[in-house]
Ligand binder design. Structure first.
Ligand SMILES: [Zn+2]
Length: 343
């Protein structure tokens, strides 16, 4: 089958479009004819070798939508051949202490499709039946492929971790990113007021279309905390959602209201910070990391998808033989939402 894989780490020239063996359905699994897969920063890190050093070759692609073409006889599932599904790419063992404690997001034997096992930039992929979730009839594969990691991550961060409330003012960083654009949508759905940042006016205009109440151009206003304070009558944001990291860390802290919460789920600008700890203890501030996402959280946001209130945001579509073009576009950051690969 056709697939996009790496045999060594490096630049976009290391992405190989070629033939790989069709996967076989193991007990408990389903097979998908992949129709679309979405790109994540994780894919860029994997390709470059900065976040993954496992055995190669590896087929990339963590966000996967397709139709079921085979079901293992041992699979306990109501899924049928032909069902249209997306995959939760987090594989859990179900038998470790954490899984038994209901903490499958911290499974001791956890793996990820597209990272530890072959992914969905391919014609076919297999997964445990429990990881396949049926999508609404009205939702096409391209939109569906944008949801698994972005919606799962944001729901986990805002709803589960930070306990977002309708009276919160939420500062969402990187409005145009996959998780940033999804965070605006989910924060508005939960009734919160949203302030968001981006580096270009067209992305801020898009953010407004998707519900943002206030926007800040961080290139024109690098000390954006002052603007956040102005917009909140000097109080600050109750909740900060960040996927940027080091470059804006101190401005994030200065933007926060007393007893504010911050949840970080990405460090695209770097990992090392010099931090004023008095801000933390005087706030007092609650600083949270994202970490693993649970099966329950996936089921929660999928309920909302079926209600028709949560949508994928497509920032560009590429054919399977141009994953390199999608990687370049993500590095150039000139898009809003998610980049999709059609298989
Ligand atoms: Zn486990």
């Amino acid at each position: 089958m056709k697939a996009v894989y790496i045999t060594e780490h490096g630049g976009t020239d290391k992405l190989v479009f070629g033939d790989r063996p069709e996967p076989e359905v193991a007990p408990g699994e389903v097979m998908l004819r992949v129709r679309a897969s979405a790109l994540n920063h994780l894919d860029l890190n994997l390709r470059a070798g900065t976040s993954y050093k496992g055995p190669l070759p590896r087929t990339l692609g963590c966000d996967i939508a397709g139709e079921i073409t085979a079901i293992s006889p041992q699979a306990h599932t109501s899924l049928k051949i032909g069902d249209r599904v997306i995959l939760n790419n987090r594989l859990t063992c179900g038998v470790c202490d954490n899984c038994n404690l209901g903490l499958d997001n911290a499974c001791s034997n956890g793996q990820r499709i597209g990272v530890d096992v072959d992914g969905g930039h391919a014609e076919y992929v297999t997964a445990p039946a429990a990881n396949a979730h049926v999508i609404p009839d009205a939702m096409d594969f391209n939109e569906a492929a944008t949801l698994p990691i972005a919606a799962h991550t944001v729901w986990h961060c805002l709803v589960t971790q930070a306990q977002i409330k309708p009276w919160d003012t939420v500062l969402v960083q990187a409005a145009g990113s996959g998780v940033g654009s999804m965070a605006i949508q989910i924060a508005k759905m939960m009734g919160a007021r949203v302030i968001t940042t981006a580096g270009s006016q067209w992305k801020l205009d898009k953010a407004k279309e998707w519900g943002a109440d206030e926007v800040i151009n961080y290139r024109e206003t690098p000390n954006f905390s002052q603007r956040v304070k102005e917009l909140t009558e000097g109080v600050g944001a109750d909740l900060v959602f960040d996927c940027v990291g080091a470059d804006i860390w101190n401005e994030n802290l200065l933007s926060m209201a007393p007893r504010g919460r911050l949840v970080i789920t990405g460090v695209t600008s770097g990992t090392q910070v010099n931090m004023n700890l008095s801000l933390l203890h005087n706030g007092p501030l609650q600083l949270m990391g994202s970490g693993g996402r649970s099966n329950r959280t996936f089921a929660e946001f999928m309920k909302v998808v079926h209600h028709g209130s949560l949508h994928g945001i497509i920032g560009g579509v590429y054919p399977l033989d141009d994953v390199a073009g999608a990687h370049q576009a993500m590095e150039d950051r000139n898009f809003y939402g998610k980049l999709v690969i059609e298989s």
